[in-house]
Design a protein around this ligand. Structure first.
Ligand code: F0G
Length: 346
């Protein structure tokens, strides 16, 4: 498959002057989850965004945003990030020959994401504050300096990210009944909703899904119906966000689709994380939130049987090895002798 700018060109703001930037992002698999489907009494598919070039869905939006930055003559891009955006920005900036500056919340970014931004050569500033504070800073910097902002408040990001909705419809032949998705800064749920609506207008399918946005309990302003959570906290550092920049778009998506917001605890997230791994699919903790939400809502009798559901697994499990290692017993070391090995396995 070609990259997204080529695959979905008619639906994207690609012009003759847009460079053909690509790391062959997108075209990720929609993997059936038979065990979870049985538990939910539904047909669950996992949209495994962890198979993008930098391991998260951010590549979809970043290829578009960086291509447009090049088209507009920028030589530097900047973003605030809980980790995945910075990895994607650094990769596409490297590919396009731009400089990249990223602000990350000091001490609250998963190891793999930090390693990626470093390897791709970004200038990394660890801010002693949270994501919301870092986003505020980069917005001011890009307003005052000739540096392109590539956070999802940049509309090109959502344009690129909406292509995931197209792929789901292309794979299923129609929209699912429910699209369950983790919500942090609220760009992705908004992008999916835009994508589903555009594809329906293009005559690709008759129906639209209900949008179910799931937040971590310690960082759940939308699920709680408040504007901001002052000190967001969750093991799912990707969505450790208290004041989502696209809250208004996300609320509209949920309202227009007849969907819902809900929240899940860190324990529920990690339980879902292991059940997803039990299907042979490894995602990062934030990505397990929608499955945790589905299990919770099913237990509360709010899931109609037989529905077709897609849960978006936004990031690869390898992004956050520490969460994996902390959540299971460490392997036991034994001497390199047959009797010792057999004793430990039989
Ligand atoms: N899942 C993962 C793995 C993420 O990295 C993010 C956001 C989300 C879900 C939530 O998506 O913000 O569009 O609602 N990560 C951003 C970042 C904030 O900086 O990488 P959202």
């Amino acid at each position: 498959m070609p990259g997204l700018l080529e695959r979905y060109r008619p639906y994207l703001p690609v012009t003759d002057r847009t460079p053909p930037l690509s790391l062959h992002e997108g075209s990720t698999p929609l993997i059936p989850a038979p065990k979870l489907s049985e538990a939910l009494g539904c047909e669950l598919h996992l949209k495994y965004e962890g198979l993008n070039p930098t391991g998260s869905f951010k590549d979809r939006g970043m290829v578009m945003a960086v291509a447009k930055a090049v088209e507009d003559g920028a030589d530097t891009v900047i973003c605030a990030s809980t980790g995945n955006t910075s990895a994607a920005a650094a990769a596409y900036a490297a590919r396009a020959g731009l400089k990249c500056i990223v602000l990350i919340p000091d001490g609250n970014i998963a190891l793999g994401k930090l390693a990626q931004a470093m390897a791709y050569g970004a200038r990394i500033v660890a801010v002693q504050g949270n994501f919301d504070e870092a986003l505020h800073l980069v917005r001011e910097i890009s307003a005052a300096h000739p540096i392109a902002l590539v956070n999802s408040v940049n509309p090109h990001r959502l344009q690129g990210q909406k292509t995931a909705a197209f792929e789901i419809v292309d794979d299923l032949g129609e929209a699912p009944d429910i699209l369950a998705i983790p919500v942090g800064n609220a760009g992705n749920i908004s992008a999916y909703w835009m994508g589903f609506r555009e594809y329906r207008s293009a005559g690709k399918m008759p129906g639209l899904p209900r949008m179910w946005g799931i937040q971590a309990a310690g960082a759940a302003p939308l699920a709680r119906g408040v504007d901001r959570v002052e000190h967001p906290e969750t093991i799912a550092t990707a969505i450790r966000i208290g004041a989502p920049a696209s809250a208004h778009l996300a609320r509209a998506a949920v309202q227009e689709s007849g969907g819902l917001f809900d929240l899940v605890t860190d324990d529920e997230i990690m339980a879902a994380y292991h059940r997803i791994a039990g299907e042979g699919v490894f995602c990062e903790p934030a990505s397990a939130a929608p499955v945790a939400g589905l299990l919770k809502l099913h237990a509360a009798g709010q899931l109609k049987p037989g529905q077709r559901i897609v849960a978006v697994l936004t990031g690869n499990g390898l992004k956050d090895p520490q969460s994996a290692l902390r959540s299971v017993a460490a392997p036991v070391a034994v001497p390199a002798r047959m009797d010792a090995v057999l004793e430990s396995i039989l």
